[in-house]
Design a protein around this ligand. Structure first.
Ligand SMILES: [Zn+2]
Length: 238
């Protein structure tokens, strides 16, 4: 499988021994997948996607509104995202300190005391997200500090409503949104690279874009992935 972008949409392309091209949009986050016959090239796939763009957008809008309608209650059976994958939440009551365990790539087991509130269950899960990010971030920062040739004095994980990340250039300090724990690691990496490049260029100008192109040529693909549902309903900045 490989990915192409068409009008800012990420499309998974799979080549198979089949006669006709199949295009599908999948819940919950509107992933687009094309199964193409072996002899069909990416340009033909691109044209097929463009010809059905209106339909794709309608499908994605439907999935997104379904996703938005369900307010999170942190109860068993809800879907939650971690590092780009969707899991079913399974709440288990026990008489011990809370913990979270990822089970067989399908479930998040959330252990809490009986009678714990929604807010409490949310906090336990968010703390677990935070720990996951705290492990994932340092090696990525170290890797990209070396590649880009900059140094960060401090980084923090913050709950932010409209920003994936921020960079305080004078303090050389970057903040990363806790919500990034729900996205794939390559999305987290893209935001880290973006914020580190701000240490070379404050503005989102041509120079900034040239630096992104140089250090991370596939950044547009990652931006499109980052802005896909289920967290696509805000105007994210970074
Ligand atoms: Zn920026």
């Amino acid at each position: 499988m490989h990915q192409i972008t068409v009008n800012g949409l990420v499309v998974d392309v799979v080549r198979k021994k089949i006669k006709n091209l199949h295009l599908a949009v999948y819940p919950p986050n509107g992933r687009i997948r094309v199964a193409a016959p072996l002899h069909i090239d990416d340009e033909a796939v691109r044209l097929a996607v463009i010809s059905r763009l209106a339909w794709i957008k309608r499908q994605q809008a439907t999935f997104e509104s379904q996703e938005r309608q369900s307010e999170r209650e942190f109860v068993s059976g809800e879907s939650h995202y971690y590092l780009g994958n969707r899991y079913l939440l399974n709440v288990i009551y026990h008489d011990a300190p809370p913990k979270v365990i990822l089970r067989s790539n399908t479930h998040i087991d959330l252990f809490v005391r009986k009678g714990s509130s929604i807010a409490r269950r949310e906090r336990v899960l968010l703390n677990w997200y935070r720990r996951g990010l705290k492990e994932a971030i340092p090696p990525l920062i170290a890797k990209w500090e070396a590649i880009i040739g900059v140094e960060v004095s401090e980084w923090r994980i913050k709950q932010m409503k409209t920003k994936w990340g921020t960079c305080n250039i004078e303090q050389r300090r970057i903040w990363l949104n806790l919500e990034l724990a729900k996205k794939s690691e390559r999305c987290l990496e893209y935001i880290i690279v973006h914020e580190l490049i701000h240490l070379l260029e404050r503005l989102h100008n041509d120079h900034f874009i040239a630096l992104m192109d140089r250090f991370m040529p596939q950044w547009r693909l990652l931006r499109a992935e980052l802005n896909q549902a289920p967290l696509a309903h805000e105007n994210w900045e970074y």
